[in-house]
Ligand binder design. Structure first.
Ligand SMILES: NC(=O)c1ccc[n+]([C@@H]2O[C@H](COP(=O)([O-])OP(=O)(O)OC[C@H]3O[C@@H](n4cnc5c(N)ncnc54)[C@H](O)[C@@H]3O)[C@@H](O)[C@H]2O)c1
Length: 319
């Protein structure tokens, strides 16, 4: 690789595992982690870390120069549930950080960018099942509005200035290494912690709320695959639909009960129910599968087994 990789928002749920995987592939010194807070011990000790605010254009530019950065993964954002509590702050973070990176790429300071979008770009008027790549998009959350707008700008910068930006509409990402950052699908992570600690969980989404979900390893694989694919294979420059599984809290609880028979679930939907109700239940990602051969590995029961093993290991070491 000609230059190094910079991950902005590297200490979050996805950024942590993405940074560690990229360090495995390209070498520890090749991958610079940055965030406004420190990350896990493994992340901080395995390679370079720089404190940086994604909205501080001069600071990000200085890092690009200092480390000879050629690729940026922009993972910093305010997520759906948190953003509803601070809409303008979310808008400023989610949009300003993207504009800085798109402009640096346009000015040829960097060569390639990954920027994640989300199923939150869809809204209550979108077809709910097998949501197509191109369809009605009228998001009703500030997070969704920022992601949809971001997608339009990514496509615009690609078409107008040749910017090599690549993007995925992540579904709810399930993992145990780093806690989630305030999204509407976080119940599907909390449930594993509570199942192991207390054998019971109260879900903040109703039992039959179906949402698209994915195990972290698949999300990291998709991210690296799309970034490594030859440019001509990336036909969609707004953001690709991406899918693996789709399930409800009830179905997830039944899969957990296969491993922990005494586990009990109850339901107390809160403000996040309305957000979940506005999103698709399942996603058609055939364009990603066709264009750059996307394929997921984890099904429901393998995800449940990995999560229970990972979280119980964490609980043991925390004792
Ligand atoms: N986790 C999911 O299920 C999911 C689903 C769809 C899309 N996404 C998208 O993927 C990306 C990463 O999500 P995540 O789940 O890892 O989020 P997260 O909240 O866990 O992590 C975001 C990181 O960004 C950092 N950050 C916040 N403000 C910053 C700033 N001003 N400057 C620099 N860093 C800042 C935070 O400290 C945090 O470490 C986001 O763009 C998110 O919208 C995530």
């Amino acid at each position: 690789m000609a230059g190094k990789i910079l991950i902005i928002g590297a200490c979050g749920q996805i950024g942590t595992e993405l940074t560690l995987k990229l360090r495995d592939i390209y070498g520890n010194d090749q991958v610079v982690a940055s965030d406004i807070r420190e990350g896990s011990e493994e992340l901080m000790s395995s390679g370079p870390f720089e404190a940086a605010d994604a909205t501080d254009e001069a600071r990000i530019e200085a890092l690009i120069d200092q480390y000879n950065i050629s690729e940026v993964y922009l993972m910093a954002a305010m997520l759906s549930a948190t953003a509803e509590k601070a809409p303008m702050k979310a808008w400023n973070l989610n949009m300003d950080s993207l504009f800085h990176i798109l402009n640096f790429t346009k000015d040829k300071k960097i060569k390639k960018v990954f920027w994640p979008s989300s199923i939150a770009v869809f809204g209550p008027t979108t077809p709910k099942n097998d949501t197509p790549q191109t369809t009605i998009m009228e998001p009703s959350t500030v997070y969704g509005i920022s992601k949809q707008t971001g997608e339009r700008w990514c496509e615009y910068f690609h078409d107008k200035y040749g910017v090599d930006v690549r993007s995925l509409r992540y579904p709810g990402i399930i993992s145990y290494k780093t806690l989630p950052g305030g999204g509407t699908t976080d119940y599907a992570i909390e449930i594993f912690h509570e199942a192991l600690k207390n054998k019971a969980y109260t879900s903040f989404l109703a039992e039959n709320t179906g949402l698209p979900m994915m195990y972290m390893d698949d999300a990291i694989k998709a991210t690296i695959n799309i970034m490594e694919a030859p440019s001509e294979k990336i036909k969609v420059r707004s953001s690709y639909n991406l899918s693996a599984l789709s399930f409800t809290p009830k179905v997830l609880s039944e899969a957990i009960q296969k491993e922990i028979p005494e586990f009990k679930i109850s339901y107390e939907p809160d403000f996040r129910q309305k957000i979940a109700d506005s999103w698709p239940s399942s996603i058609d990602d055939s364009e990603a599968r066709k264009d750059w051969q996307w394929k997921h590995d984890f099904d429901m029961q393998s995800l449940v087994k990995e999560m229970l093993a990972g979280v119980s290991e964490q609980l043991k070491t925390a004792k």
